[in-house]
Design a protein around this ligand. Structure first.
Ligand code: NAD
Length: 480
């Protein structure tokens, strides 16, 4: 890639100049981001439609609105977030003060994703700006209309000396990853996550990996069948209503008691028709499959005769238009690809269990998911899910909304990634928390210095065991 070294040198110079550290610069960029979103709403709807067939309402809910909300929150809070926080000190250090001061990492690489190509690229950028970093933004080449839109529009709004958009495919990613970054924020697959982490290790660069995995939904049928219509809507929304299941927090598969499966399938069918019509192929509310590769990957998941036999709803495909009907499968083999790999598309396996409590063992014996959804009113069951499974998030009785709660950290654990962002967590993710200790020259504690003797040893032991007041009370015989 031509000029990468020059681009990075310019960014380093900008960072060294201190320009991005000031609250004024950060606020000006956040204001510019808000302006960018306001001015380009229609354009973003257009490119999201081109790349993914996203309806403007979905595009606003999952992308444009998310970015606007984040930028506004950061603008109103950034000064507070930047302020050093006082720390407590043991009295033995007296007189002294302790502070934690957030400082920007420096030159940051953000690698965005194609499924939410606006929000998953610009939301981390808002965090990086708030924290005072300079940034290379690499939108996903797999959503080309969004990528070129960002490359063209961002420099018109944000400080071009501090924020650069670099477009390109795998070769460009490889070259970018060879560079010495101060922080890498990557959203994508576990496979590329490993490549990113390996490259970062060469320079000991900290990374945030926003990955995916198989996020299950548990349906406790004993709990509240009266709310089933609401539950069905939330399940359909989380499988087909957000980028057609091409979402990291989409429901990957469902766990339900055997006796309840046919009732659930019937209700899901009705809800799919309610949302997307009798012929979902014609629906403007269903996103398209990204590209031929992803379409073929999904077809591969379906091609095994045993899998085909498990289809209980949908299943029709059209290679020419890359259409896959919303599809429900009942009990595909657990060792099949569809139950061992992230689906990332409009296919929903339902796995039946004799007892819904077995879902805990089912989930905990597999890699830690990004999200767990559980529909239940049973408080004991909720506690067991929380204490016996591990995941990026747990959402009870709803789906997807955890993504737009700024007070909640968003990120994975184990194979679903590490690090987190959103709201203040984004600021923290792009900041180093510098520890600052200040002391005076009096009083001086001689026992901390050599030459060592037993008296000093006993004194130091006492210091660690008690603070000054404790020590004083001990010496006065008022403490045992
Ligand atoms: P991907 O990992 O295949 O691609 C991501 C980027 O990596 C692309 O820009 C690509 O050019 C680059 N890349 C690919 N091969 C590379 C290589 N060998 N060296 C360097 N760079 C390389 O991801 P994807 O298919 O675009 O996205 C799907 C995955 O992302 C799913 O697993 C999904 O769960 C996950 N995801 C996670 C989140 C989240 O927030 N946690 C959000 C969206 C997607």
């Amino acid at each position: 890639m031509e000029g990468l070294e020059g681009t990075l040198a310019e960014l380093r110079d900008t960072f060294k100049s201190g320009r991005t550290r000031s609250v004024a610069w950060r606020k000006s960029q956040l204001r510019a981001m808000i302006e960018f979103v306001q001015d380009n709403e229609e354009e973003m709807f257009k490119v999201l439609d081109q790349d993914l067939g996203k309806h403007p309402v979905e595009a606003y809910r999952d992308e444009v609105g998310v970015v606007a909300k984040s930028a506004k929150l950061s603008l109103s809070c950034v000064e507070k977030w930047m302020a050093p926080k006082k720390g407590n000190l043991p009295l033995a250090f007296f007189p002294a003060s302790a502070e934690v001061m957030p400082e920007p990492f420096g030159v940051v690489l953000i690698m965005g994703s194609w499924n939410f190509p606006i929000s998953l690229t610009l939301d981390p950028l808002i965090g990086a700006i708030s924290a005072g970093n300079v940034v290379v933004l690499k939108p996903s080449e797999l959503s080309p209309a969004c990528s070129s839109f960002l490359a063209e529009a961002i420099p018109k709004y944000l400080d071009p000396k501090s924020i650069k958009v670099i477009e390109g495919g795998i070769d460009v990613c490889e070259q970018l990853l060879q560079q010495n970054w101060d922080k890498i924020f990557f959203t994508g697959s576990q496979r590329v996550g490993r490549i990113v982490m390996t490259a970062a290790a060469q320079h000991l660069t900290p990374v945030t990996l926003e990955l995916g995995g198989k996020s299950p939904a548990i349906l406790d049928s004993s709990s509240n069948p009266t709310n089933m219509k609401v539950i069905a809507k939330r399940i359909v929304a989380a499988k087909w209503g957000s980028c057609s299941g091409q979402a990291c927090i989409a429901i990957d598969y469902m766990l339900v008691e055997e006796k309840f499966a046919s009732y659930l399938i019937d209700l899901l069918e009705k809800t799919i028709k309610q949302f997307f019509g009798e012929n979902p192929r014609e629906s403007k509310s269903l996103c398209k499959i990204l590209n031929k590769n992803n379409f073929m990957r999904l077809l591969d998941l379906l091609k095994d005769p045993l899998i085909r036999a498990s289809v209980v709803y949908g299943g029709s495909v059209d290679e020419e238009t890359m259409y896959i009907e919303p599809t429900i499968l009942l009990n595909p083999p657990l060792d099949s690809q569809i139950m061992t790999e992230e689906i990332f598309g409009p296919l929903l396996p339902i796995i039946t269990l004799n007892n819904i409590h077995d879902s805990i063992e089912f989930i905990s014996s597999r890699p830690k998911p990004l999200a767990i959804y559980a529909f239940t009113r049973d408080e004991t069951f909720k506690k067991q899910i929380l204490s016996k499974t591990s995941s990026g998030s747990v959402t009870f009785n709803d789906t997807l909304l955890q993504f737009v709660c700024d007070s909640l950290p968003f990120g994975g654990v184990g194979q679903s990634g590490f690090g987190r962002y959103h709201g203040k967590y984004s600021f923290d993710t792009f900041s180093h928390e510098k520890a600052i200790l200040q002391r005076r020259f009096f009083p001086e504690l001689e026992p901390r210095y050599p030459p060592w003797n037993n008296l000093k040893f006993q004194f130091i032991k006492l210091l660690y065991a008690f603070n000054y007041i404790g020590l004083l009370l001990l010496l006065l015989g008022l403490k045992k």
